[in-house]
Design a protein around this ligand. Structure first.
Ligand code: AP5
Ligand code: ZN
Length: 218
């Protein structure tokens, strides 16, 4: 299965990706996680993207498209993959079309902006694995520690409220048009387009996982 998780920052893409990838045995390709790993390593790519990520802007399409093409050529992607946070602009989506990357599903997780600000303020992450928690809505078993490794959880640099507002503005301007892009494609040419599903992303994590799995299995 090859699918795209589409949704605003904080909609729950990373949270749901964990369950979907386990269920369908496919790798999670999170461009955000890949870029954060590069920043942490201090690689050439990391140095190039650090500032833009901290401000909540988007990294250039050229960089992202090259990164994704290289990643999906790897062996573990042979039986499918899940895109989390990609494509995020029309040129990124077009690049996949032009490269002949056939996708089965686009799954939109819809959450209102006010809810997102609350979610991101309380988010904590395990930097090694990308596992996601929330101090109130999805707390770790032990305070501030990852459930699997016991290592310390951190807060992301771009989760400050002013940056979150900028990320939301960028989302509405550059990424939200992809909703229409994939919906119109599915209506006009269902034979080649990925199937489009929309799930309301408000409710318990388990409840949303059930709706997501249902949508993908029918
Ligand atoms: P990226 O890492 O992709 O961030 P994002 O899209 O802003 O999404 P988030 O990771 O913030 O949210 P999420 O939907 O995964 O939510 P989560 O599951 O964590 O990108 C970061 C940056 O990298 C970008 O700003 C850009 O600079 C760059 N970048 C990345 N990809 C790029 C691309 N393709 N092109 C250009 N630039 C790119 O959940 C959020 C919180 O809510 C958590 O605390 C979670 O526990 C909680 N939560 C989840 N579900 C629920 C629920 N049902 N109820 C209550 N709380 C919940
Ligand atoms: Zn994420």
């Amino acid at each position: 299965m090859r699918l795209i998780l589409l949704g605003a920052p904080g909609a729950g893409k990373g949270t749901q990706a964990q369950f979907i990838c386990e269920r369908f045995k496919i790798p999670q390709i999170s461009t955000g996680d890949m870029l954060r790993a590069a920043v942490k390593e201090g690689s050439e790519l990391g140095l190039k993207v650090k500032e833009i990520m901290t401000s909540g802007g988007l990294v250039s399409d050229d960089i992202i498209i090259a990164l994704v093409k290289e990643r999906i050529a790897q062996k573990d992607c042979e039986n499918g993959f899940l895109f989390d946070g990609f494509p995020r602009t029309i040129p990124q989506a077009d690049a996949m079309k032009e490269a002949g990357v056939k996708l089965d599903h686009v799954l939109e997780i819809a959450v209102a902006d006010e809810e997102i600000v609350k979610r991101l303020a309380g988010r904590r992450v395990h930097p090694g694995s990308g596992r996601v928690y929330h101090v109130e809505y999805n707390p770790p078993k032990e305070d501030a520690k990852d459930d699997v490794t016991g290592e310390a959880l951190i807060q992301r640099d771009d989760d400050r409220e002013s940056t979150v507002r900028n990320r939301l503005a960028v989302y509405h301007e550059q990424t939200a048009p992809l909703v229409d892009y994939y919906q119109s494609w599915a209506e006009q040419d269902p034979a080649t387009a990925p199937a489009y599903h929309r799930v309301e992303g408000v409710g318990s994590v388990d409840d949303i996982t059930r709706q997501v799995i249902d949508a993908l299995e029918t």
